[in-house]
Design a protein around this ligand. Structure first.
Ligand code: HEC
Ligand code: HEC
Ligand code: HEC
Length: 133
């Protein structure tokens, strides 16, 4: 389990300090896209999704929003997995991701809807990242 601590409590100051560190180190490693660590994907029918985390943090900053839009606060700090995906029954985890990701896109009137499979499951991106590893 990777519920790593990167915040002590939930003070906004604390969040933004750690956000700076997380952003900086992600950029320093050149990681503009991150893979999903949860749930495990036994089927792999689609190209894996490489999430534009840095860009999403920017989108959220534009809207003056916080990390907690996508990460729950736990006793050990922010959870590194997406919202409540871990709490779902196994067969509901992918539908949960699909719904939670696209619900925000729908509310924001921006970003891919569920029918836009290939915007998230991008074969070219997956092939490129696979190659550079
Ligand atoms: C908003 C982004 C998004 C869209 C749009 C989207 N998915 Fe996904 N999907 C994900 C994420 C995130 C995962 C879990 C992580 C991963 O697969 O790398 C996932 C996982 C899956 C999985 C389970 C893993 C696998 O490959 O077997 C399937 C099947 C899947 N999606 C099919 C679809 C289909 C079909 C569509 C279009 C109707 C679609 N998805 C649209 C984000 C999306
Ligand atoms: C729009 C949604 C969204 C927002 C906003 C968001 N994250 Fe994430 N974050 C994710 C997703 C999705 C993952 C990948 C989850 C997985 O591995 O299954 C992730 C993973 C992470 C990870 C672990 C992977 C890594 O890069 O090392 C950290 C740390 C993290 N986020 C920190 C933050 C911080 C700090 C903020 C606020 C500045 C933030 N996140 C805002 C969606 C988001
Ligand atoms: C809290 C809101 C929010 C959540 C949750 C969210 N997104 Fe987005 N996403 C956005 C916004 C806003 C845009 C469009 C930004 C723009 O076009 O300026 C976007 C754009 C995208 C895009 C297209 C542009 C890019 O950066 O690649 C993809 C792909 C995407 N989102 C995938 C995902 C996936 C996968 C998840 C679920 C893990 C997710 N998003 C969750 C707000 C969100």
């Amino acid at each position: 389990m990777r519920n790593i601590v990167f915040g002590f409590g939930a003070s906004l100051l604390c969040l933004s300090l750690f956000a700076g560190v997380a952003l900086f180190s992600a950029t320093a490693r050149g990681e503009e896209r991150i893979p999903f660590t949860f749930p495990p994907l036994p089927t792999q029918k689609m190209p894996p999704v490489f999430f534009t985390h840095d860009k999403h943090v920017e989108y959220m900053e534009r809207a003056n929003a916080e990390c907690t839009l996508c990460h729950r606060e736990t006793e050990e700090g922010l959870s590194e997995t997406f919202l409540d995906v871990k709490a779902q029954p196994e067969n509901k985890q992918i539908p949960y991701l699909h719904t939670a990701c696209t619900q925000c896109h729908r509310n924001a009137a921006a970003g891919p809807r569920l029918v836009d499979c290939r915007v998230c499951h991008d074969k070219a991106v997956a092939a490129q990242i696979g190659k550079s590893k």
